[in-house]
Design a protein around this ligand. Structure first.
Ligand code: ATP
Length: 234
């Protein structure tokens, strides 16, 4: 089943066109990666899907339902969670409060069951459940931001550069947890500059200056000149 379809998406800020006629789609169960350098238009695409930003033209559909014109709240209800760049956790709430305020009862799940699922994925958060969010390390805050997005029991989890600012070891840990989340049945749309994320990718696109430079499966992305040169330094 097709999870998400983007068709002819163009996003502009005034005269500045950030995303130009971008189209792609992916199936339920995939880890689809949007790779690109700073300013390639990755964040703008995620914000359009989430209903945070209106597209200049084009369409976004999720499981055959158009998302055009929906509010961020309605998109969350449709089953899409967005982990924004920079995490945006609540520093003055405890870990557990950060999680519980994000709960949406979508699939007859009860809050404590979803919370236990998140703690099972991130035992560190369980250990720190009474600690204020602002006192966590960068890696723990990223885990909390992901945990918070999971409180929505999403069918599609979107993440904006979750490895940004993390050490390679912590970035690997985040990617490893994303693989576990995907293995539990959640489709993932992952925005990254960090080519390490390709290990997870089933398919993806490479964006450059708001356009699709290359679209392909895991092997095609790994083998592309662009990834070799720009990301792997060879
Ligand atoms: P980054 O990794 O820096 O987040 P990105 O690939 O996510 O980059 P976007 O944030 O979508 O790219 O930005 C795409 C282009 O749009 C950039 O040139 C950026 O400067 C511009 N842009 C983004 N937000 C705005 C805004 N609010 N007003 C004007 N221009 C913007």
């Amino acid at each position: 089943m097709i999870a998400l379809t983007i068709a002819g998406l163009t996003v502009a800020y005034g005269d500045m066109v950030a995303v130009r006629d971008v189209s792609f789609s992916f199936a339920t169960g995939e880890v689809f990666v949007l790779l690109g350098a700073n300013g390639a238009g990755k964040t703008s695409i995620l914000r359009c899907i989430s209903g945070l930003l209106a597209a200049r033209s084009g369409s976004v559909a999720f499981e055959d339902r158009s998302l055009n014109g929906l509010s961020p709240h309605q998109v969350a209800w449709a089953g899409i969670s967005h982990v924004p760049e920079g995490r945006r956790i609540f520093p003055n709430l405890t870990v557990e409060e950060n999680l519980t305020v994000s709960f949406i009862r979508r699939r007859r799940n009860d809050r404590s069951t979803v919370l236990e699922t998140v703690y099972a994925l991130f035992p560190r958060l369980a250990e720190r459940r009474r600690q204020f969010g602002g006192t966590l390390s960068g890696g723990e805050q990223q885990m909390l931001a992901i945990g918070r997005a999971l409180m929505n029991s999403p069918t599609l989890l979107m993440l904006d550069e979750p490895s940004l600012g993390l050490s390679p070891v912590l970035a690997d840990l985040v990617f490893e947890r994303l693989a576990a989340i995907n293995a539990q049945g959640t489709t993932i749309l992952l925005v990254e500059q960090n080519a390490t994320c390709l290990e997870l990718a089933t398919h993806g696109v490479i964006l450059q200056n708001g356009r699709v430079l290359l679209m392909g499966d895991h092997a095609a992305l790994q083998d592309s000149d662009f990834v070799r040169r720009a990301y792997l330094g060879i």
